[in-house]
Design a protein around this ligand. Structure first.
Ligand SMILES: [Zn+2]
Length: 377
């Protein structure tokens, strides 16, 4: 559990109103299922919602057991009682998190559930097992879990989370109550962040809510990753050189020169761009290193995408980078770039991102080969 999260209040969740109503309904109606499956796009708050829901139910359980007051129906995470504190510091005997170790959830991970359930809970009430990236379970893990789901135990509730439900065993899915999640609308994110980041201009926040693709943690990532500084550097230096080279087709500029400039600027900018340690959201856990490696290429992809969209549609309103429309237009119109070449660049960048995410490719080598191949497609 990420101890940087201090607030598991369901009311602090951006969007997902219907899902929250549904979850509240399960509790108030006394029809809590033994297994739930949260599915939907990555990084839109499924895991946080699962954790907040479990934490709130458990806080209520604690309160009713010790007759502090009956808070059960109000679903509130107080953050102060032993149940809430146990969750915050990762020692809860009522809530267990299972995550992939390496790339998959293995049988050993599932065995942790057995030992967790064999211990007596700290107080009577529910016990939650949240399985993140459930579709990464290998066959033996999935079968072991299936056995558990087939024999529900008292008030034990499994919450499986996935962005890829089709990879789960149909038999596992059939044991769960399904709850789908959609990206949070721009406007909802914007309202939440207006209060959280009152020092950032409204214009920047609006841009970020658009770029975060409906993801609360994505929004945080943009701010912590200094998105605008990086993007502006790419636009003003790297894209300019790339497109000039494309236009002149002189072949006298070594693409490694662009790569070297890119590496040098990135190195220099590191202190500015470096992500603040420990400020990352729950949703961005284990993949952090890979995300860092590919993040800059994702920025390039975003820019290429906008240039392409403008060439095809001539419609400014469809651009993500809405604050630099004129620059995007300039790249689209002034360098004689063809739709076909741009489509190739996009395709190549996307496959490059996939490649670095699935391997231990050295980043600077990746940058060198990227620019040389991008220019000679
Ligand atoms: Zn509490």
């Amino acid at each position: 559990m990420d101890s940087d999260y201090k607030n598991y209040n369901l009311s602090s969740i951006a969007g997902h109103k219907k899902q929250l109503e549904f979850l509240r309904g399960l509790l108030t109606s006394g029809r809590m299922p033994s297994a739930l499956l949260f599915y939907g796009q990555k990084n839109i708050g499924k895991k946080f919602t699962a954790a907040a829901f479990a934490a709130s139910v458990l806080c209520g359980d604690y309160a009713s057991h010790f007759a502090i007051y009956d808070r059960c129906a109000s679903l509130n995470f107080c953050g102060k009682c032993p149940s809430c504190l146990g969750i915050l510091n990762g020692t809860s005997q009522n809530l267990l998190f299972i995550e992939p170790s390496g790339n998959s959830i293995k049988i050993e991970n599932i065995h942790r559930i057995d030992s967790f359930l064999s211990l007596a809970p700290a107080y009577p009430g529910h016990r939650f097992i949240i399985i993140d990236e459930a579709s990464s379970m290998n066959a033996s893990a999935a079968n072991a879990l299936l056995k558990m789901l087939e024999e529900p135990q008292g008030k034990t509730v499994f919450i499986l989370i996935t962005s890829n439900a089709s990879m789960l065993l149909p038999t596992v899915i059939s044991r769960c109550l399904l709850l789908g999640f959609s990206p949070v609308p721009d406007e909802v994110l914007l309202n939440v962040f207006k209060t959280e980041f009152s020092d950032i201009s409204g214009e920047t926040l609006r841009l970020y809510s658009k770029l975060s693709m409906g993801s609360y943690s994505g929004f945080h990532g943009l701010i912590e990753g200094k998105y605008l500084e990086k993007r502006n550097f790419l636009i003003d230096i790297i894209f300019k050189e790339l497109f000039e080279e494309y236009k002149n087709k002189s072949n006298n500029k070594d693409p490694y020169e662009i790569a070297a400039k890119f590496n040098a600027m990135e190195k220099e900018g590191k202190s500015v761009w470096k992500k603040e340690k420990g400020s990352k959201g729950l949703e961005n856990g284990p993949a952090e290193e890979n995300e860092d490696k590919s993040a800059v290429f994702e920025l390039i992809l975003f820019i290429l995408r906008d240039i392409y969209i403008y060439i095809v549609s001539k419609n400014e309103k469809l651009l993500y980078n809405e604050d630099i429309v004129d620059k995007i237009k300039g790249f689209a119109l002034n360098f004689g770039i063809t739709r076909k070449d741009l489509a190739h660049m996009i395709e190549y960048t996307a496959s490059h991102i996939e490649k670095i995410n699935s391997s231990n490719l050295n980043k600077s080598i990746a940058v060198d080969s990227y620019f040389s191949e991008l220019l000679y497609i």
